[in-house]
Design a protein around this ligand. Structure first.
Ligand SMILES: [Mn+2]
Length: 332
């Protein structure tokens, strides 16, 4: 699914002021893609602002060492967002993931573009540059840099390396190909530092995060004869451990380390009536399709749902749908 970059290259060449945004609860792919794209555009003499609906999560603060990412309403008031020629959304194609930036995008008068690798897609009223086979949006930004003739600097390479590293679970997901390593070689040659990136990503956790992880793992429940594993986090788990909402990141993948597991489900009580549901698969079972039944989406092997309702209701509804979709599930 090779992207035809020409329309975007022309869009970039013919405009001067760019507003970049991404999804809420940003990850390294979101921030890394924004940071690298901003630097690429600035190399071409463009003016660039990055504004998200919420701030950079604490545990990936290293991705934004100079505090470039503006937060809608606080460091970036709505009035300041007028006057941009082009608005580019990276790493999401879903209205529901943009938070307050959805309204900014809706009412934006200039040219709009989306650069993304998620299979699920809303009509954001923008020109879409998508490759759902790409491991990370960061990979697409690297392609775009080449198309624009911008050479890689350490400042561009480092966030893109982190973007690809995290979206591939440190190069272990099936999305990883020889091309992934070719891209990583380019980024490393340009100044990305794999050892430092690993330390920044995986060896800077807080003790509350470790404690929260302990609770989540303690509560893992097998179903379908062990083919499905699910677990949950309550608001009390967060407050009692002192962990952040973002501290659940990546823990779901640990459910897949148990032999025989095909599908993993994690329920996170974000608010009394908002439950985040994360789904992972490693058997070809399509969790994207399952998430779509609840208005969510993502990829075939990794998807999410934001469920409007108490966590128990989310558990009943989603687990029932998983059991049904998994077919023979008698060994409960
Ligand atoms: Mn991504």
């Amino acid at each position: 699914m090779k992207i035809d970059w020409l329309p975007l290259v022309e869009m970039i060449r013919s405009h001067d002021r760019f507003l970049l945004t991404s999804h809420q609860r940003a990850d390294c792919d979101a921030i890394g893609s924004e940071m690298a794209l901003a630097l690429i555009l600035e190399t071409l003499g463009k003016q660039v602002a990055i504004v998200n609906a919420d701030g950079v999560p604490e545990h990936i603060a290293f991705m934004d060492p100079y505090g470039r990412v503006g937060v809608l309403g606080s460091s970036a008031p709505l009035e300041a967002l007028r006057g941009y020629d082009v608005m580019i959304v990276v790493d999401t194609s879903a209205w529901g993931q943009l938070g307050g930036m959805a309204e900014v995008l809706r009412s934006f008068r200039g040219v709009k573009a989306v650069i993304d690798h998620h299979a699920s897609e809303d009509d954001l009223g923008a020109q879409v540059f998508k490759d759902s086979t790409a491991e990370a949006t960061g990979r697409l930004i690297l392609q775009l840099a080449k198309e624009l003739g911008v050479s890689l600097t350490p400042e561009i390479a480092a966030p893109l390396f982190a973007a690809i590293a995290t979206d591939t679970g440190w190069f272990r997901f099936p999305s990883v190909t020889a091309d992934t390593f070719a891209a990583l070689a380019k980024l490393t040659a340009a100044g990305a530092n794999p050892a430092r990136t690993f330390a920044e990503l995986f060896e800077q956790h807080s003790l509350p995060r470790l404690h929260l992880r302990g609770r989540i793992l303690q509560q893992v429940t097998p179903e379908c004869g062990g083919r499905m594993m699910w677990t949950h986090v309550t608001a009390a788990d967060f407050s009692e451990t002192g962990a952040q909402k973002t501290d659940t990141e990546d823990v779901i993948n640990m459910l897949l380390t148990v032999k025989g597991v095909e599908v993993a489900v994690l329920f996170v009580e974000l608010e009394p009536l908002v439950t985040k549901v994360s789904l992972r698969s490693r058997s070809g079972f399509d969790v994207n399709q399952l998430a779509a039944q609840f208005g969510g989406g993502g990829h075939k092997a990794a998807a999410g749902i934001t469920f409007a309702g108490p966590m128990v209701e989310a558990q009943q509804a989603v687990l029932e749908a998983v059991r049904l979709a998994m077919g023979e599930c008698g060994g409960k």
